[in-house]
Write a protein that binds this ligand. Structure first.
Ligand code: HEC
Length: 150
């Protein structure tokens, strides 16, 4: 029994360490998943502003986008995740890890437009939502142009 105890402690210490520092593969999976959820909800909003408008659907989808925008996605891009495989090979560009000011500006613009979309979704005016959705999509594209390879 006495000999087993240190091993058990080591196991607990390793588990704690694993919790503090997720592996690159896990971080890349999380960020790819977060972006896929953004794509899902963007598609829902697009279907509503292009087709028949359902206020509740747009409120739900824009709240999901704002929640992800406000969740601190930047923490999923620590050094050491410039390359690697999550669900698939990461498509991040190396510049994201060096251009802190540019990335900060891109993230701030995205957050601002996502929160504004969630706000205007509440009034249910399709034309206002469509315009704001366009503003949000520009921030997706602009960040992808600069920091994503395809
Ligand atoms: C601040 C920068 C930034 C913003 C804003 C941004 N993205 Fe991305 N996006 C990225 C990066 C970087 C990747 C590559 C992630 C990876 O593969 O590690 C990515 C990947 C993706 C992917 C592919 C995920 C996969 O399965 O590999 C989709 C889809 C996507 N983004 C959609 C969106 C949508 C929709 C928006 C806006 C609502 C958006 N993104 C806003 C930076 C951004």
């Amino acid at each position: 029994m006495k000999k087993l105890l240190p091993l058990a402690l080591l196991g607990a210490a390793l588990a704690a360490q694993a919790q503090q520092a997720p592996k690159p593969e896990q971080l890349i999976k999380w960020r790819q998943s977060a972006y896929q959820v953004l794509a899902w909800n963007s598609g829902r909003i697009k279907a509503n502003v292009d087709g028949s408008y359902n206020k509740d659907e747009v409120i739900k989808a824009s709240a999901a986008i704002a929640a992800i925008a406000n969740s601190g996605l930047g923490s999923l891009f620590p050094p050491g995740t410039e390359t690697g495989k999550g669900w698939r090979d990461t498509t991040v560009k190396a510049t994201l890890f060096t251009d802190a000011a540019g990335v900060g500006a891109a993230a701030t613009a995205f957050n601002k437009e996502a929160n504004e979309l969630a706000r205007v979704a509440q009034n249910g005016d399709a034309a206002t939502v469509k315009a704001q959705f366009g503003a949000l999509q520009k921030t997706c594209k602009s960040c992808h142009d600069d920091y994503r390879s395809n």
